[in-house]
Write a protein that binds this ligand. Structure first.
Ligand SMILES: *Cc1c(COP(=O)(O)O)cnc(C)c1O
Length: 326
């Protein structure tokens, strides 16, 4: 059975390039490393949320909504891309950010502001509670708000990555490339759910490995597997369970979310200086750090081909200057 895709708006610059990382491969002594450049999706410095927002914004417009509301960490890339997508379609945007405002406005928060988003700081309160309040306020003012969950990780968001997998499979075929492993940062799970489902639908033969940024492997695995099944149902494929294809490694969480350590620092500097490619401190720096560690432990053979899926986030770099150049 073929998937039936819902409407999407066109925001992302697609297809994003697949490139070979020759110098990093040589430096690490194999496996052959490739990179899929979803840091280049084109939406206000890009990232993986752009593909999700193509479906989420289409749904919001179809429902006649005039305002996007979402939530995340202070340096949320998802919130910044949501603010940009809202601007592109003339929608209002309200962001509920975790905790209290920092002393210095920089990185994604600066971009949120420039993109015209309203920012609400949740302080000590749980973000979902504040989101509900903001939604009610907007309705009381006569707006029709559309709530997007954390990371855009619902069936609509994940659908963006099912299609990303179709895009990748076309590129691999054209380049006559057989990838053994796809490795990337996983957090709210929508990216991994989409990739796992897309891998099944479009016949990817290798393995898909999510490096957990913040959640214990078992929790994230359960969450992603459930989202795979729900997304399959959403696309009219029904009854699919791919729990055994959802692989999560939680060895690199370190001190927790957005706590930058030597793993991230080394990965960011090595990738920058070997390839001229910027990673981010919270997600891709951690995932690449994990991949480099796995390579050093001998998890891959020299001849295997590993594709690192760059999910973006470089807009957050200036907010971590003291951790990156200690
Ligand atoms: C959100 C994000 C991720 C994680 O994607 P999920 O779909 O939430 O698992 C990875 N990298 C970057 C840069 C992100 O902003």
């Amino acid at each position: 059975m073929l998937p039936k895709y819902p409407d999407r708006v066109s925001i992302a610059h697609l297809p994003t390039p697949v490139e070979k990382m020759n110098r990093l491969t040589q430096h690490l002594g194999g496996p052959e490393l490739y990179i899929k450049r979803d840091d280049q999706t084109g939406l206000a410095t890009g990232g993986n949320k752009t593909r999700k927002l193509e479906f989420l914004v289409a749904d919001a417009l179809a429902k006649g909504c005039d305002h996007l509301v979402t939530t995340g960490a202070p340096q949320s890339n998802h919130c910044r891309q949501t603010a940009a997508a809202a601007a592109r379609f003339g929608l209002g945007c309200s962001l509920v950010l975790r905790g209290n405002p920092p002393d210095i406005i920089t990185g994604n928060i600066l971009l949120d502001r420039l993109l015209g988003a309203h920012i609400y700081w949740a302080g000590e309160r749980p973000c979902p509670e504040v989101v509900t309040e903001v939604m009610d306020e907007l309705r009381a003012m006569g707006h029709k708000p559309y709530a997007i969950p954390l990371g855009g990780s619902n069936v609509m968001g994940a659908t963006g990555y099912v299609l990303a997998m179709q895009e990748l499979m076309n590129q691999l075929q054209t380049q006559n490339l057989n990838i053994d492993f796809i490795v990337f940062a996983s957090s709210s799970g929508g990216t991994q759910a989409g990739i796992v489902l897309g891998a099944e639908i479009y016949g990817f033969r290798g393995r898909v490995l999510g490096i957990s940024v913040d959640h214990p492997a078992e929790d994230l695995q359960t969450q992603v597997a459930a989202l795979v099944t729900a997304t399959a149902t959403h696309l009219g494929l029904g009854g699919i369970s791919l729990a055994d294809k959802v692989e999560v490694n939680d060895d690199y969480i370190g001190e927790g979310y957005a706590k930058v350590g030597e793993t991230e620092r080394e990965a960011i500097q090595l990738t920058a200086q070997m390839e001229g490619i910027l990673l981010d401190p919270v997600y891709t720096g951690r995932a690449m750090g994990g991949l480099i560690d796995l390579i050093r432990w001998g998890a891959f053979t020299r001849g295997q081909k590993v594709l690192f899926w760059h999910t973006g986030g470089t807009a957050a770099l200036p907010a971590f200057v003291d951790k990156l150049l200690p």
